[in-house]
Structure formats: C-alpha cells, structure tokens
Design a protein around this ligand. Structure first.
Ligand SMILES: [Zn+2]
Length: 230
C-alpha cells in the first residue's frame, strides 16, 4: 500500500518555461464567488479556485506528493481532478517543470494511485469525524428507519452492500428526497473508519462534513478509473 516510487530522476536539465496553454475564457462556471485565489491546470489550462484543483508539491526529499490539505509550503503544481489532465501533465513534463524538477520517475498511473489513496484517507477521516459528532446512523435497518423519522442529508453505502439492501435503500432515499452515494470502501473498511464493527450503510445529518464528503467522492470518482481498470 505504501507508495515509494515517486521521486526525482536526477540532475537532468529541464526547461524552466511553463509551456502552458492559455486559459479558455469561461471554462469554469461557479455560481458562488470563491475567496480562494484562482489557479490554472498545468494540463488543460482551466482556471478555477485553488480548492477545485488538486495541488501537487515537491517535498524536502525531492518527491512529488499530493498536497491533500493544501498546506504544504513551497512550489506547487495544480491539475484538474481528472485522469486525462494528470496523464497529459506527466507526459508533457508540465508537473516536473512547474515544480522545477529534472523529471519524475513515476508514471501517471502511480501518481493517480497515490492521489486516490490520499483521497480515500480523507474519506475515512471524514467518516471518523462524523462518528465523533454522535449524529451518525449506521446499519441497514437503522438507516431505513432513520430515513422516515430523522433529519438525514446523505446516505453512504459500502461497495459490498447486498443488492436487495441497496434496492430498499435507494427506494427509501428517493421517497425521502435524500442523496445516496456509493463509497469506494467495503463494509469492513467503513466500520473501521467509524471505529465500529462492519457497517454496510451510514447516514449523516446535514452539515459541512456532508458537503466535504460529497466533494471528495466526486474528486475520487474523477480520477479513479485508472485503478478500477486494473
Ligand atoms: Zn485540466
């Protein structure tokens, strides 16, 4: 599980120019103005608020990593949460140039896998935080009951949830007008994230964590096709 293969190739000279495409006008449409600075994808040139793009950084040991919390200092390279943009940025050496590195020894697949693993960590972390809040409902029968009686904003299902339970939950969520998303975690992993026994379903009340989980799942979905294909 531990990634070790992403490192600097050595002192091979790289051009310092960015070689970016100019940003397409109107390529990002947001209804809410963001307080965050705008950044540009190294691959497609899309401009977006910093948190809508993934940030890669170069650590003290000249490794490239995904700056999950956007707090790593120093030079960063932004790329869309998209398999295509990551592949292009690696292939055209835009990441190594932006980070002023000679080159990357990692492939796009390795980078995507690293990013995916960090996003999964983030999802597990959000589940743990939700559990700590004490307002989480888990288990199929408890969630089905809660859909009728409690204020639930989001239902999350484990990847190995039984088909008939999934159907019942989807019908229940539709009737209650509640979003239902599949987690890229099985019931053992979901239970572990919650600090409990295996859980096939989790329901959360409305709040910032719900929005953060939905966004992270979306980002994960955008880049995960590479390792699903394996
Ligand atoms: Zn892009």
């Amino acid at each position: 599980m531990v990634r070790t293969g992403i490192s600097r190739r050595g002192p091979a000279g790289g051009r310092s120019g960015q070689g970016r495409k100019s940003a397409r006008r109107g390529s990002f449409s947001s209804t809410k103005p963001s307080a965050l600075p705008m950044r540009m994808c190294q691959s497609c040139g899309k401009r977006a608020p910093a948190d809508a793009l993934l940030r890669l950084f170069r650590d003290a040991e000249d490794h490239v990593g995904f700056d999950l919390r956007r707090r790593a200092g120093g030079r960063g390279a932004h790329v869309c949460y998209s398999r295509k943009c990551i592949e292009e940025a690696v292939r055209k050496r835009r990441i190594s140039r932006a980070l002023r590195m000679g080159g990357l020894t990692c492939s796009a697949d390795e980078l995507v896998e690293h990013i995916g693993a960090r996003l999964l960590e983030k999802i597990r972390h959000y589940l743990a935080l939700s559990q700590k809040s004490g307002r989480v409902v888990s288990g199929v029968s408890c969630v089905l009951r809660a859909l009728k009686t409690r204020k639930i904003a989001l239902v999350l299902t484990a990847s190995d949830l039984a088909e008939n339970s999934r159907d019942r939950l989807e019908v229940g969520c539709r009737a209650a007008g509640i979003a239902c998303r599949a987690l890229p975690l099985n019931r053992v992993e979901v239970g572990r994230a919650l600090g409990r026994s295996p859980r096939a379903v989790v329901a959360l009340p409305d709040g910032p964590l719900v929005r953060a989980i939905v966004q992270t799942l979306e980002n994960f979905g955008s880049i995960s096709s590479l390792f699903r294909a394996k």
